[in-house]
Design a binder for this molecule. Structure first.
Ligand code: NAI
Length: 358
């Protein structure tokens, strides 16, 4: 059986740090195991265009492993050519780089290692909220420049205490963010999600559900995006919705780049309507050198907390999603049932309710 993995290149870091399991060099740690059973395991970072290893090998691979960090975009066209493909495994969480509707149509299963990096992301969200609200990045840049002018930083530095924070999506990550916000004594915690939290869970974090999105964002000082990318969330935070944000609000997006319209976000920062934008996800990855969100700034020249996509690929997370990937493949090879929470698309139908209301 041919198993194809599209992973990111780790370079020197991966040769000196074997715990970087999700790299081309370290191959999720499953090469020996797969080859000992007689399977062919192709691992590559080459994913764009007809001459890429991705497009060359997808035509006869039975299992495709991808990661959201270096997404192999499995389009409907590629799925139509992938005659042997039965199983897509996302080493991590978030399978929007796969045309899920097309996978349903062709009977290809799509599984994720659910939960594997949700704490990693929730921690990154907390860091991003704090670095924006407290104006951290310009403060650190000032220090590296050799300058010292406290008032230039303090004029746009606030406390998280007393602010209203809302999450779009209150699933595994969104809920963990709410839990982590509790000790900060925010004024209120809100959430927007078509799936209401169980009453006890909402009570435990004292979170209030707001059912209308415009109404929701208009109440938040800080909005954090924690829902999957699907037809219903593509461009959800656009110029029109941004008009309903409070002036000077902060926006954190570690979910998927394409949920927020990059140009509308950059314009809202430039006009002062948004005070900051932070996160690690980009509408195309790797992000082009001239991507507007690399350098977008608020009116004071700060407010940008963007980093490469790494919140869910800490070494702790890599250990978990590498072992989860192995167990999904093990189940597939031995005909054992998959863990229900990992199944996004089962044979011919969506199993997850998180990828839009159907
Ligand atoms: P989850 O499935 O536990 O929760 C997602 C929640 O979003 C669900 O409650 C669902 O009802 C809600 N939702 C779906 N569509 C919505 C909409 N239109 N409006 C409001 N809520 C909506 O997923 P989990 O584990 O919390 O992950 C969420 C997303 O975070 C992933 O799909 C992925 O895109 C992203 N992620 C990013 C990572 C990173 O490294 N930056 C790592 C892991 C996940």
């Amino acid at each position: 059986m041919k198993i194809l993995a599209i992973l990111y290149k780790g370079g020197n870091a991966a040769t000196s740090e074997p715990r970087l399991l999700g790299t081309v060099e370290n191959q999720l740690g499953i090469r020996k195991w797969l080859e000992s059973q007689g399977h062919e395991y192709i691992v590559s970072e080459s994913k764009e265009g007809p001459d890429s290893d991705f497009q060359k090998h997808i035509v006869d691979a039975e299992i495709l492993i991808t990661t959201p960090f270096h997404p192999g975009y499995l389009t409907g066209d590629l799925i139509a050519k992938a005659k042997n493909l039965k199983l897509c495994v996302t080493a991590g969480v978030g399978s929007d780089h796969i045309d899920l509707n097309s996978a349903v149509k062709h009977g290809i299963q799509v599984l994720e290692v659910s939960g594997s990096n949700v704490v990693s992301v929730a921690e990154h969200v907390m860091m991003s909220i704090l670095l924006l609200v407290r104006n951290f990045v310009p403060a650190h840049e000032m220090i590296e420049r050799g300058d010292w002018m406290v008032s230039d930083i303090a004029r746009n530095a606030f406390d998280l205490e007393g602010k209203v924070v809302g999450t779009i999506g209150a699933g595994r990550i969104g809920y963990r963010v709410l839990q982590r916000l509790v000790p900060f004594d925010c004024k209120e915690l809100l959430y927007y999600d078509y799936a209401p939290l169980p009453e006890a869970a909402a009570k435990a974090v004292n979170a209030r559900r707001v059912e209308d999105l415009k109404d929701f964002v208009s109440q938040c000082d800080i909005v954090t995006v924690n829902c999957p990318l699907h037809e219903g969330t593509l461009g959800l935070v656009n110029a029109e919705l941004l008009k309903h944000f409070k002036k000077g609000a902060w926006l954190v997006n570690t979910a998927r780049g394409a949920i927020c319209d990059k140009d509308a976000v950059a314009a809202a920062l430039a006009s002062g309507h948004l005070n900051g934008y932070a996160g690690d996800v980009w509408n195309v990855q790797p992000a082009p050198k001239d991507h507007v969100l690399r350098t977008a700034k608020n009116t004071l020249g700060g407010g940008n907390g963007m980093v490469p996509h790494y919140s869910g690929t800490t070494l702790d997370a890599q250990a978990r999603y590498a072992s989860g990937t192995k167990s999904i493949i093990e189940n597939y090879l031995s005909g054992k049932a998959q863990e229900p929470q990992n199944i996004i698309v089962g044979v011919g139908k969506y199993e997850s309710k998180a990828y839009g209301q159907r």
